[in-house]
Design a protein around this ligand. Structure first.
Ligand code: ZN
Length: 145
């Protein structure tokens, strides 16, 4: 049986999008309470799990330390921290969840009404977590709402 499990987290951070024109409001430094939803789809194992929720939490914890109450532009690999690039950055670093063939999706909410989702349909499509995520974006799907 195939199933999807998900766990969400929130963190607060500042960013600015200096590739946008100066008159665009997102060019200026501002902050968000981001909501990150990590979804894992795969075969249900003999324990009745797709993946232990505790493993999702463990995978997130190291990323949380790098993102929470930071200026995202200062984080290595996030020079241009759009929601798309942030979601791809997170997806590329979920190494703990990528030890088996599972389908991973990361959805990042920048506000209550806007989100972006990136996904890797198989382990082989995950980016190298040691490299800036944006370099590997072409292999990950991006959906923005
Ligand atoms: Zn923003």
């Amino acid at each position: 049986m195939i199933a999807t499990v998900a766990k969400h987290f929130t963190f607060d951070a500042a960013h600015f999008l200096d590739r946008l024109p100066p008159e665009h409001k997102c060019h200026r430094m501002h902050g968000h309470t981001y909501r990150v939803e990590i979804q894992v789809t795969g075969e249900v194992d003999e324990n009745g799990f797709v993946v232990d929720y505790a493993l999702i939490e463990e995978a997130w914890r190291t990323l949380m330390d790098q993102l929470d109450h930071r200026v995202l532009n200062d984080v290595v690999g996030l020079r241009n921290p759009t929601t798309e690039n942030l979601a791809a950055w997170i997806l590329a670093r979920l190494g703990l969840l990528a030890t088996h063939e599972r389908h991973l999706r990361v959805r990042v909410y920048e506000s209550a009404t806007t989100w972006c989702e990136v996904y890797a349909s198989a382990l082989g499509e995950l980016a190298d977590p040691t490299e800036p995520a944006a370099v590997h974006r072409p292999r990950a799907g991006v959906r923005r709402v």
